[in-house]
Design a protein around this ligand. Structure first.
Ligand SMILES: [Cu+2]
Length: 140
């Protein structure tokens, strides 16, 4: 029986040359520009389990935010009342024309990022980060 294992140990990357997911070659520095109330980069693949630095550039003359997490995280923010977010790395508030950087480390999986200002999600301020671990096929 074939099954897929996700190796969590970074050391496993050393034997991963033939692995189908080239997690080691994915970028760890990501730039996201916000322009006309859109994330100009909205499908992003990164390696899991290593720090990823995001630089978010708000090119608009209005405020935006970049909130990344799972479905329950976003449900909480859709109904939330915090006007501005603090220094949590997964919650970035951007003033007009402001650039901010944040660093996050992901477990393997897909995480959605959304601007939760009224109307912005519906307009399309949505994107996704997929964090890929090393996938090894094991014969049993
Ligand atoms: Cu926005």
């Amino acid at each position: 029986m074939k099954r897929l294992l996700v190796a969590l140990a970074l050391a496993a990357f050393a034997v991963g040359a033939c692995a189908p997911a080239q997690a080691a070659t994915l970028p760890t520095e990501i730039g996201i520009r916000i322009h006309y109330s859109r994330f100009m980069l909205d499908r992003i693949e990164v390696p899991a389990n290593v720090p990823i630095r995001f630089t978010i550039v708000n090119d608009d003359p209005i405020e935006h935010e970049w909130l990344i997490g799972d479905a329950s995280f976003h449900q909480r923010h859709r109904t939330g009342t915090e006007p501005v977010h603090g220094d949590r790395p997964d919650e970035v508030s951007l003033a007009p024309m402001q650039t901010k950087a944040t660093t996050l480390t992901f477990a393997p999986g897909t995480y959605t990022f959304i601007c939760h200002f009224p109307g912005h999600e519906a307009y399309g301020m949505v994107g996704a980060v997929t964090a890929k671990g090393l996938v090894v096929e094991v014969e049993q």
